[in-house]
Design a protein around this ligand. Structure first.
Ligand code: PEP
Ligand code: MG
Length: 908
């Protein structure tokens, strides 16, 4: 740990800089950087994130001992810069205390504003500002925040309102006013007294009046909030290590609530939803810090253009817009010009889209934050490509700017156009996070989670969201809020998750107690279906079908660039001609795994498969196989045609038998009739075939070894299909793959059946096709003896699903029972079935690669487990020296981009 724990920033001295995020957190580092750029930032100090670890491990006393002297010196610095004294009742220095970790975690941790006020100082503030109302309003806000965040005064139950808000509502009701702003000084004084009484009564403690006690309480509360449930969950969802900790920023307050020349806002240098290069944002006149984010008042737009667009969406007339909701550009033209200059300077400096927060205090603009803006997948792609075109970044940076997983949002369905035409739109809000979603209404986040666990699709409907709703938001298909703007918590978090969200739909009346929402007098109950379009902000009644997205434009350009940088080829796992076509559209250069057993699930085929499995002898099996042969052949023809000229790896049958057996009476009786056997006979045979552990049982090449006629039929179907399409001018590139091989003898036995069948079919037809015979490496033994197998096999494809199952000894079928707990307890950092366990299973992959190449240098090496579509695993496979990865069709673009990123970062 370094000696220094506190770093100051201000016009006369700045200790930190943008590249010190690990120490200062994103917020602290960027505040320092803005000071260095000469941008006006309220002076302050940042307590290093390393201190957070001290707090977690040793507690508050140790922290205080460690940093007390430095904090005192830091506060003295702020006092000097501001010309005010902390704790001076006549003219108090007030500060904000905010978290700020290395990775931005919007709204997850705690913030306290107006710290330093007490019964004396509030009078001093009133006298100094000449605004008694402002002073008392600041004080009541401080008590409210501090009481909640530091002292822990929360609602009693989830149905209950915030206890402070209840007091405010009572006072407003008594006065007969609707808005807080309509309350006078005496009301606010009364409110302060009530707040304090509430705290004393509920917590049996007085509200602290000593500013230093307040400050230390707030600092510790921010450290404490690093470990609150929502922050932990957010870290888990975003792969942020717990060990990073949060820094704490103590910064001189500036006030946006000092009248009509003051205000506060949030802006983006480009559009965070679609990526358009247009400065945009929202602000509130005469409001303080968190008001915009909290989504309590409807904010106004910063630019005139934005204001006009907003009015159109919100169906507000131009007259109303100009008079009631004018833009900052119209209302405060000078400040607007300064803001415009600052946002341009910041974007040019950071060479990335920024999300900025600012406050205007009596005509002076102060910047409170800048950070790389969270954005949707679509915006990531567009911003990267436009910045590349604008010469701000180079190709490699553009490729690295897009998180591969976020491409998901572009690849996934939008509403079916025809269906949407006849859909009834019932309300409109702001298009906060694009995409289409349809689901049943729920009103509470925890219930959203439960419903989803029960297999239902839900839309979470809230008055406004708070960070507590995070889990429910993650579980829901979409989020609808009645209040809040584009920068409200719901909007920011939804975009971060790539989840469809419509916010600020003002026509909706949400009644959580009754579990209803009312629109224009019509009541919608919990469980009713609605649909959201996060790109237009429209809310529809009922369930609306969706359709695939369009993949041209910037997406296509990005993929073209990625193609030039990546070394790994990307194939797809596809079992049908339709999947093959989708995969090829997404840029797959072959099929890496066609699971032939998946071709048997459709229609009547299952009966023939069951007949084959249930047959007691070869003759019976051959009878069933003869029925399957034409079906398999025509499927293969379809796949070869769709992949004309590209390699297609067809894997021999690997059915976990239990998935195919008829388990219930009805199906067993049906099979008895089908096979001309008795019901008892079938029942008996099913019992015979029962396996205690089917995943380790009679599957993979073991099946073909006991029943070679199965392999023979499959090989025949493949070769006949290949010859048939060849006759039509198609080029089939056939690769036949043997599953679950552990010894070279297993491989040889199956390869012989394949080669003999090829010879027979070629002789019958008087024509040939080229083909390769290879193996999956998916048992640990297969990897251990890969040199011996590699002498015979022409290619390897690592089956990392089974390799993970067998290496870890985690049954793929049963892992759900313990893995969630295991992950929570930190036994593994990630689900090893999603992201390859590099230290364990990864070693076997590397060994297989080395052993395979040692005996056959040109051996083709790929991976076809689920890991082939996981960006972190793709990076590993790149380093391991594989030739290709194969993944499900919708993950092909993700894998292509991840492969390009792997090549770029590993070349650095
Ligand atoms: C594997 O085991 O990784 C694999 C691709 O095969 P399956 O998932 O079909 O067992
Ligand atoms: Mg497998």
């Amino acid at each position: 740990m370094s000696n220094k724990s506190v770093y100051v920033f201000g016009p006369s001295r700045t200790d930190g800089a943008a590249d010190m995020k690990n120490t200062l957190g994103g917020k602290g580092a960027n505040l320092a950087e803005m000071c260095r750029l000469g941008i006006s930032v309220p002076p302050g100090l940042t307590i290093s994130a390393e201190v957070c670890t001290v707090y977690t491990e040793q507690g508050a006393d140790a922290v205080r001992k460690l940093i007390e002297a430095e904090v005192l010196a830091g506060v003295a610095f702020i006092e000097k810069e501001m010309g005010k004294k902390f704790g001076n009742a006549a003219d108090p220095l007030l500060v904000s205390v905010r978290s700020g970790s290395r990775a931005s975690m919007p709204g997850m941790m705690d913030t306290i504003l107006n710290l330093g006020l007490n019964e004396e100082a509030v009078k001093g503030l009133a006298a100094k500002s000449g605004n008694e109302r402002f002073a008392w309003d600041s004080y009541r806000r401080f008590i409210q925040m501090y009481g909640d965040v530091v002292m822990g005064l929360k609602p009693v139950s989830k149905e209950d309102h915030d206890p402070f808000e209840e007091i405010i509502d009572e006072i407003k009701e008594k006065k007969g006013v609707e808005l807080d702003t309509q309350l006078g000084v005496d009301d606010l004084k009364h409110m302060v007294a009530e707040f304090k009484a509430l705290i004393a009564k509920r917590l049996d403690r007085e509200f602290p009046s000593d500013p230093w006690e307040q400050l230390w309480g707030a600092i510790m509360a921010v450290f404490e909030s690093w470990n609150n449930d929502r922050a932990k969950l957010y870290r888990k969802m975003n792969d942020i290590p717990d060990s990073w900790g949060t820094a704490v920023n103590v910064q001189s307050m500036v006030f946006g609530n000092l009248g009509d020349k003051s205000g506060t806002g949030v802006a983006f240098t480009r559009d965070a939803a679609v990526g358009e290069d247009i400065f945009n944002g929202e602000f509130l006149v005469n409001a303080q810090g968190e008001d915009v984010v909290a989504g309590i008042r409807t904010p106004q737009q910063i630019t005139l253009e934005g204001s006009r667009r907003w009015a159109q969406l919100a169906q507000v007339s131009e007259d109303d817009r100009r008079t009631k909701y004018p833009s900052m550009e119209e209302l405060m033209p000078e400040i607007y010009q300064q803001l415009l200059k600052t946002e341009t300077a910041l974007e040019n400096h950071y060479k990335d889209m920024q999300d900025i927060e600012f406050t205007i205090q009596e005509g002076k603009l102060w910047m409170l934050q800048t950070r790389s803006a969270k954005r949707t997948g679509a915006a990531m792609v567009r911003v990267a490509m436009e910045m590349l075109e604008q010469g701000m970044i180079d190709e490699k940076t553009a490729v690295l700017r897009v998180s591969p997983d976020r491409l998901n949002e572009l690849l996934h369905p939008v509403f079916d156009r025809a269906a949407i035409k006849s859909a009834r739109s019932i309300a409109n809000g702001l298009p906060a996070s694009p995409g289409a979603s349809t689901g049943q209404i729920v009103f509470f986040a925890d219930e959203a989670e439960q419903w989803v666990q029960n297999g239902l699709d839900v839309i979470l409907v809230r008055q406004e969201t708070s960070p507590e709703d995070l889990r429910g938001m993650a579980a829901a298909k979409g989020i609808l809020t009645a209040r809040g703007g584009m920068t409200s918590h719901a909007a920011v978090v939804a975009r971060g998750m790539g989840k469809c969200c419509v916010s600020g739909a003002g026509a909706i009346r949400v009644d959580p107690r009754a579990r209803t929402m009312t629109i224009d007098g019509k009541v919608y109950k919990e469980g009713d279906w609605i649909s959201l379009d996060g790109s237009t902000g429209l809310v529809y009644e009922g369930k609306i079908p969706t359709k695939d997205a369009d993949l041209s434009g910037d997406f296509g350009k990005l993929m073209d660039i990625a193609e030039r940088y990546k070394k790994l080829a990307v194939r797809a796992n596809a079992d049908t001609p339709e999947d093959a076509r989708v995969a090829r559209n997404f840029g797959a250069v072959g099929i890496g795994l066609c699971r032939t057993e998946h071709m048997f699930f459709e229609g009547d085929r299952i009966k023939a498969v069951r007949e084959m499995i249930l047959a007691r002898d070869e003759e019976g099996r051959r009878r069933a196989l003869a029925k399957l042969l034409p079906m398999q052949r025509s499927d293969f023809e379809g796949i070869f045609t769709a992949m004309d000229g590209l390699p297609v790896t067809i894997r021999l049958l690997d059915p976990p038998l239990h998935e195919f057996l008829p388990h219930d009476d009805v199906n067993q009786r049906e099979m008895a009739i089908e096979m001309g056997l008795t019901y008892e006979g079938i029942k008996h045979r099913v019992n015979d075939l029962h396996e205690a552990n089917p995943m380790m049982g009679h599957r993979g090449c073991r099946l073909g070894i006991t029943y070679p006629e199965i392999t023979e039929m499959q090989a025949r179907a493949i070769f006949e299909a290949a010859l048939n399409v060849k006759a039509q001018g198609i080029t089939p590139k056939v690769e036949i793959m043997i599953p679950l091989v552990g010894t070279v003898r297993e491989f040889n036995s199956q390869a012989k059946v394949i080669r003999d069948t090829a010879e027979a079919v070629f002789a019958e037809r008087g024509s040939t096709v080229e083909f390769m015979v290879g193996t999956m490496i998916e048992t640990p033994r297969g990897a251990l003896v890969a040199d011996s197998i590699g002498k015979q096999a022409e290619f390897f494809s690592f089956g990392t699903n089974d390799l993970t199952q067998m290496t870890l000894g985690f049954s793929r079928d049963d892992v759900g029972k313990f893995l969630p707990h295991y992950l929570k307890a930190g036994m593994y950092e990630q689900d090893p079935f999603q992201s390859i366990d590099q230290k364990g299973v990864g070693q076997l992959v590397k060994m297989g690669v080395n052993k395979g190449r040692s005996v056959r240098p040109a051996i083709k090496l790929g991976v076809c487990g689920e890991h082939g579509g996981d960006p972190a695993s793709v990076e590993f496979f790149h380093r391991a020296g594989l030739d290709y990865v194969s993944c499900s069709p919708f993950r092909v673009p993700i894998a292509r981009l991840a492969a390009a990123q792997a090549a770029i970062t590993n070349a650095k």
